[in-house]
Design a protein around this ligand. Structure first.
Ligand code: NAP
Length: 304
């Protein structure tokens, strides 16, 4: 069960001035949750790269300050969360690192964690605390209009602190996610990357591939594919509708774990194909039953 959300009236905000670098689906959802639930930050500063996104963020009004310069955005902040595609981290960090205030907590929401530590830790100024995090919540939509305050409610957020991370900084980030409505778990970055490779990255790889395979079919068949999509293909198309930059960066930054899971998956799918070829009904039934069991388990954990 998610831990109770403490209202603004009951507690001081975790951060005085919290900067979100990137305010698409995830960044804007954090800002909206901070505004609606309270107790997270007294002032929200938002930075995004393109002028059209900056203008839209100003219109939407979920940030107190909208800043077009990343370095200026982080100045004087006691919390900074990177909410950009993971492939952009190194470049963003080079811009902001000299401007991070001593004592600032630097966190992120990236879907890979080994690469994030690789790209951020070497540039970390003394006295700045790095606490990587990954909210396990999202949709296939992107941009500042796609966010909503309840996105993280009842969902897990995984923190992957480093062995030398400051415990008080880790607790601040954990508390931020609890106040967004999430259940917080901690693990090391390597374990995280393996877990998400199987639960998220491989399913996306399969969805992109199935859509590509269907698209390669002759024109006539493709029409029929779209017409009868409700039979299962549709669920893959929802996953496959995800953001290009984000998923390119995830695949390239979780390469080893993803390829390991893909190799295991390929082996297992060949075993099922062999059972189909040789008419081994029991093997096939066993695979289907396992799928049903896993689905039931998710429903029971309220993660379906
Ligand atoms: P999004 O909606 O596409 O928003 C991305 C934000 O990053 C926008 O503000 C964009 O700014 C900015 N940005 C994009 N490329 C950039 C670059 N090269 N340099 C600087 N800024 C850049 O993405 P999102 O879904 O919020 O994802 C953000 C992060 O959350 C990613 O690291 C992703 O792995 C992670 N995440 C996503 C989900 C999900 O389901 N979507 C779930 C958990 C974690 P402009 O619009 O101004 O270009």
């Amino acid at each position: 069960m998610p831990e109770p959300i403490v209202s603004r009236a009951e507690s001081a905000p975790i951060f005085e001035r919290l900067c979100l670098i990137g305010v698409g689906l995830i960044g804007s959802s954090i800002a909206r949750a901070a505004k609606e639930k309270g107790g997270i930050a007294r002032t929200i500063v938002a930075h995004t790269r393109r002028p059209e996104t900056l203008a839209r963020v100003r219109e939407l009004g979920f940030a107190d300050v909208v800043e077009e310069d990343a370095a200026r955005a982080v100045e004087g902040c006691d919390g900074v969360i990177l909410c950009v595609p993971v492939g952009a981290y190194a470049g963003v960090m080079r811009q902001i690192a000299p401007h991070l205030a001593p004592g600032c907590v630097l966190s992120d929401v990236g879907s890979t964690k080994g690469s994030v530590i690789r790209d951020l830790a070497p540039l970390l100024p003394p006295g700045v605390h790095l606490v990587p995090a990954h909210p396990m919540a999202g949709t296939e939509h992107s941009g500042p209009d796609a966010g909503f305050a309840s996105l993280f409610e009842g969902r897990y957020c995984i923190l992957t602190p480093l062995p030398n991370s400051d415990p008080a900084a880790v607790e601040k980030v954990a508390e931020l996610w609890r106040r967004c409505g999430s259940m917080v778990e901690r693990m090391d970055a390597e374990t995280h990357d393996k877990v998400v490779a199987i639960v998220s990255h491989l399913p996306h790889l399969i969805a992109f591939t199935i859509c590509g395979t269907a698209d390669d079919l002759a024109e006539e068949t493709r029409e029929a594919v779209l017409k009868f999509a409700a039979s299962g293909f549709r669920d893959f198309t929802r996953i496959a509708a995800s953001d290009v930059d984000m998923w390119r960066d995830i695949f390239l930054n979780n390469r080893d774990a993803l390829l390991e899971m893909l190799a295991r998956f390929t082996e297992d799918s060949h075993a099922l194909a062999r059972a189909v070829r040789w008419g081994q009904a029991e093997f096939i039934e066993d695979r289907i039953r396992r799928g049903r069991r896993i689905r039931r388990g998710l429903i029971e954990r309220k993660q379906a």
